[in-house]
Write a protein that binds this ligand. Structure first.
Ligand code: CO8
Length: 262
């Protein structure tokens, strides 16, 4: 895409928006400038009626090797605090309503690991390298890593990872449930699998897909009882959609539903 310097965007399959982090010289280090572009592309896909799901990937060597250490090095408390440094990173987790799949090959370290954890689904290659090495730089994860990793793999393992800064492999990410699929191949096979899943998601009612993402995310924030209540409200609400009528009558008529996304 001609308007971006650090990312590429394309639609490899109907309904699928692909964002490729493309700052190979710095292992896709996530500078503020890169993140601004990423947020812009995410918002555009989120608003685009032709797009049903989004894939974020990087290169063969690096998904992203973290926040840009050279940009961070001179920050002071007052500059970080007053400019709310890193806050724009929350855009993906807070505002994007369509499902986002991270396809991780190579390094996903620090902010790169946190970016993957902000996505709804992670696919990775077996030899991908995840980690939260911030402790080695004299800081801690700053984009949700301590919270999301704990929810994904539990406290003891997260403590060990964050306190030692040791990496973990894509294979381990799969075994621990951080990643839902581990690909025994390279970036091409990984991307193919991620795009295929994105295409499946994009083939369903947009209304139901957004509701599904919303209720699963609530499970991370609410008590079980509140979460189940929340789910039921939204479930009831979907009987007000055209797609519920379309989906259920297509089943009865043994036909493929033609979603209206309404
Ligand atoms: N930031 C800036 N530049 C980077 C980064 C980074 N995170 N990672 C790699 N680069 C650059 C290198 O400086 C180098 O540039 P140059 O050629 O100009 O010297 C180039 O990428 C290639 O890197 P290496 O020469 O080091 O390549 P290697 O193959 O030897 O090593 C590694 C690759 C293992 C990925 C190594 O580069 C590395 O350890 N990188 C740093 C990983 C790291 O510590 N990440 C965590 C950063 S802290 C963070 O993300 C905090 C997040 C908090 C969220 C809020 C933050 C704003």
């Amino acid at each position: 895409s001609p308007t971006y310097s650090y990312i590429l965007t394309s639609s490899p399959k109907p309904g699928v928006g692909l964002i490729t982090l493309n700052r190979p010289k710095a292992f896709n280090a996530l500078s503020s400038a890169l993140f601004k572009e990423l947020n812009d592309a995410l918002s555009k896909y989120d608003e685009d009626r032709d797009i049903g799901s989004i894939v974020i990937t990087g290169g063969e060597k690096a998904f992203a090797a973290g926040a840009d250490i050279k940009e961070m090095a001179p920050l002071t408390f007052s500059s970080a605090y007053s400019t709310n440094f890193i806050a724009p990173w929350s855009h993906l987790a807070k505002e994007i309503r369509k499902p986002v799949i991270a396809a991780v090959a190579g390094y996903a370290l620090g902010g790169g690991c946190e970016l993957a954890l902000m996505c709804d689904i992670i696919y990775c290659t077996a030899n991908a390298t995840f980690g939260q090495p911030e402790i080695k730089l004299g800081v801690i994860p700053g984009a949700g890593g301590s919270q999301r990793l704990t929810r994904a793999v539990g406290k003891s393992r997260t403590m060990e990872l964050i306190l030692t800064g040791k990496n973990f492999s894509g294979k381990e990410a799969g075994e621990w449930g951080v990643a839902s699929k581990v690909i025994d191949g390279g970036k091409d096979e990984l991307l193919e699998a991620a795009i295929q899943t994105a295409e499946t998601i994009a083939s369903y009612s947009r209304v139901a897909v957004i509701a599904a993402k919303e209720v699963v995310n609530k499970s991370q924030e609410l008590s079980l009882r509140e979460g189940v209540d929340f789910e039921r409200r939204l479930f009831h609400g979907l009987f007000g959609s055209k797609d519920q009528k379309i989906g259920m009558s297509a089943f009865a008529e043994k036909q493929q539903p033609q979603w209206k996304n309404e």
